[in-house]
Design a protein around this ligand. Structure first.
Ligand SMILES: Cc1cc2nc3c(=O)[nH]c(=O)nc-3n(C[C@H](O)[C@H](O)[C@H](O)COP(=O)(O)OP(=O)(O)OC[C@H]3O[C@@H](n4cnc5c(N)ncnc54)[C@H](O)[C@@H]3O)c2cc1C
Length: 403
């Protein structure tokens, strides 16, 4: 069986690792020219879903590298008032509704640097991951599926997976019935070097998974730490992997988020702003807060700030298809209010991989196995979309999902 994956994001790469480990032919196609072409974010919180999926998918050495470069935060989501005084500290499992399966011996919560995780997920896939390949559409017939790319390339496989994120082109063809909504929430996201963060933030903010400072308008300043147990540039050497990860420093991710009307102009105008202008906008947004909290974005790293428009999928019934499916944000985009989107994408990738192994082992027909995967994936994924929207409405003033 040959599997075509569209999108070398977190979910697509984890699936490719898992299929490769299980001896299934796989090719990944990514529109970006390289893994580092775009700023995609900083700190990611991984829960048991994500960590277990990574453990099942990566070769042992790469999982070791992942653990060496992951922050072990205290498992709390903390809320502070605008003077940075403690309001509430929630055990993260109850906050995020992540009371689920976990194998003993696996950390339940880690903070990871997104770029480092992606580098690790790409290791060993160099020959099968093709950058600069923007997918356009697919055609299916009895012998399989052909993917067509914008540069005129075509690639044939037995099946195709759309792991191409929230704006998925695969989804538009595969599931035209899918609907998405503007969540009404926006954010400016940057980062603060750890020594600067330690000067302005209470120690809880450097210890816990995530801390949110919030006001009555539901304007949020969120921070979450990345403290590498071993510097990424030294980690692979220490366990005998000959490829070196890019150098990274310890930092605190810093996000200012709320209703889109707080951000002043329309999205098109804000998209034109430079990183420095966005950092200034984040500072201005908090200007009515006491100086303890309002001064935080000002110590952020120059050039690190960018703008995020948050969308959410609206749960729907995905119709079955014999050889094209979806995973991750391509089907169940959610706002980051629970920090679970990447975890669910990672979980999807292992369920799909198991479904495909049944086909390879002759236990199931491809269409039957994909239908079973999609039933489980949509039930779980759309539930998390609903929970994220509920929390987003409470915390960020996100528009509720339609009934
Ligand atoms: C501010 C913020 C904070 C977040 N924090 C967390 C967190 O702490 N924990 C968590 O679990 N989740 C978090 N998330 C959500 C998480 O980032 C996403 O859910 C996750 O990245 C989804 O993974 P994916 O593989 O489905 O899609 P993506 O990671 O978006 O990957 C999709 C890939 O497909 C490529 N692509 C798109 N179109 C095409 C095309 N036509 N042809 C070829 N390639 C294409 C893209 O370039 C991209 O590389 C956060 C999101 C935001 C915005």
């Amino acid at each position: 069986m040959t599997v075509i994956i569209i999108g070398a994001g977190i979910g697509g790469l984890c699936l490719a690792q898992n299929l490769k480990k299980n001896g299934i032919n796989v090719q990944v196609f990514e529109r970006d020219a390289s893994a580092n072409q775009r700023l995609q974010g900083y700190r990611l919180h991984l829960d048991a879903d994500g960590i277990l999926a990574i453990k099942e998918s990566l070769p042992e050495k790469l999982f070791q590298l992942f653990e060496l470069t992951s922050t072990n935060p205290l498992p709390y989501t903390t809320i502070l008032d605008t003077e940075l005084k403690l309001s509430k500290r929630f055990p993260i499992d109850s906050y995020s509704k992540t009371e689920h399966h976990v194998e003993t011996g696996i950390a339940k919560h880690l903070n990871v640097n997104r770029a480092t995780l992606r580098e690790i997920l790409l290791m060993g896939l160099e020959d099968i991951c093709h950058f600069g390949a923007k997918f356009d559409h697919y055609k299916t017939d009895e012998s399989g599926v052909t993917a067509f790319f914008e540069d005129g390339r075509t690639v044939k496989g037995d099946m195709l997976v759309g792991a191409d994120g929230a704006g998925s082109v695969v989804r538009k063809q595969r599931a035209p019935e899918a609907t998405f909504m503007d969540s009404g929430a926006r954010a400016i996201y940057g980062r603060i070097k750890i020594d600067e963060a330690q000067k302005v933030l209470p120690s809880l903010c450097i210890a816990d998974v995530f801390t949110a400072v919030s006001d009555v308008r539901k304007l949020i300043l969120g921070v979450g730490p990345i403290i590498f147990p071993v510097r990424p540039e030294l980690a692979s050497q220490s366990i005998g992997i000959d490829k070196t990860l890019n150098p990274q420093h310890d930092y605190v991710g810093c996000i200012v988020s709320g209703r889109k009307d707080f951000f002043g102009s329309n999205d098109a105008e804000i998209r034109k702003k430079t990183s420095d202008e966005l950092q200034q906008l984040a500072i201005d947004l908090l200007s009515s807060w006491p100086s303890e909290a309002s001064s935080v974005p000002a110590v952020g790293e120059k050039g690190s700030f960018f703008y995020i428009e948050m969308t959410s999928s609206i749960p729907f019934n995905l119709q079955p298809h014999p050889n094209v499916t979806l995973l991750g944000d391509a089907i169940h985009t959610m706002t980051p209010s629970l920090g679970r989107g990447a975890n669910v994408a990672l979980r999807d990738s292992t369920i799909l991989s198991k479904a495909l192994m049944k086909v390879v082992n002759g236990e199931k027909e491809l269409a039957t196995s994909l239908k079973e995967y999609e039933t489980e994936m949509t039930e779980y994924g759309f539930n998390v979309v609903r929970h994220s929207a509920e929390m987003g409405t409470k915390l960020l003033g996100q528009d509720p999902l339609p009934n």
